[in-house]
Ligand binder design. Sequence first.
Ligand SMILES: [Ca+2]
Ligand SMILES: [Ca+2]
Ligand SMILES: [Ca+2]
Length: 257
Amino acid sequence: MISLQQQRGFSLVELSVVILVLGLLLGGLMGPLSAQRENARLKDAKEQLDSVRTSIEGFALANGHLPCPATPASGGSAALAPGACAVQHGFVPATTLDLNGQRNADNLLLDPWGSPLRYSVSASDANSDGTWDFVTAGEMRTVTMPLLQPEIVVCNAAAGSSPTACASAATTVADGATAIVFSLGKDWATFSSPDQLENVGTNLGGGPSGTTYRVASDRVFVDRGRSDLTGSEYDDLLLWIPPAQLYGRLVQTGYLP
Ligand SMILES: [Ca+2]
Ligand SMILES: [Ca+2]
Ligand SMILES: [Ca+2]
């Protein structure tokens, strides 16, 4: 015969212990799971940047010049102006490049964290004829390789940099890339560190969604190691196209002698 005492079920204390143990187990699982998800996003972002760079180089191979950045108003297409781009600093022209992937309401290609991939090109006009040499058909050939001025600069810190140069040779990672594509990383909506602000110093809007985006304000960028330290946090992912890499392709196809 079962006594009343044996039938009583779980006491509150016992229940609390069970819930506590379950909570600990779940917490122990969730931590590594979210870290795993974040690692997967990071890997995806790097692969995405790599494939965007390959597409940009493919565009250059086919057309003899770099594509212009997209703007929020251009629907993912390269935004052109006579002899130039509508903007030097904007977004990956994913429609022009025929790239797959998630787009937002302004048709801009998104990184794994849901922020549009940024893209900037050299706006130099070495022969002063009013056309941007790197984005205008035939212009790189006209200017000639030795005189071209690839002007994207990458530093390992923002401190002491000017709108055109890093603080010193010691802080210079790349002096004179032709173009750069980058993701603002996981903290795209919350960052405040000067090194990340260097990559997005101004606002650009005008798209159908009415969203205003942070984009680069000059041709100096910062690429450095990841950090979670408040005030100096950094998780941007940058990939640039060095001149040798671009010129090599253009020589192969006869766009450069
Ligand atoms: Ca020119
Ligand atoms: Ca970031
Ligand atoms: Ca800058």
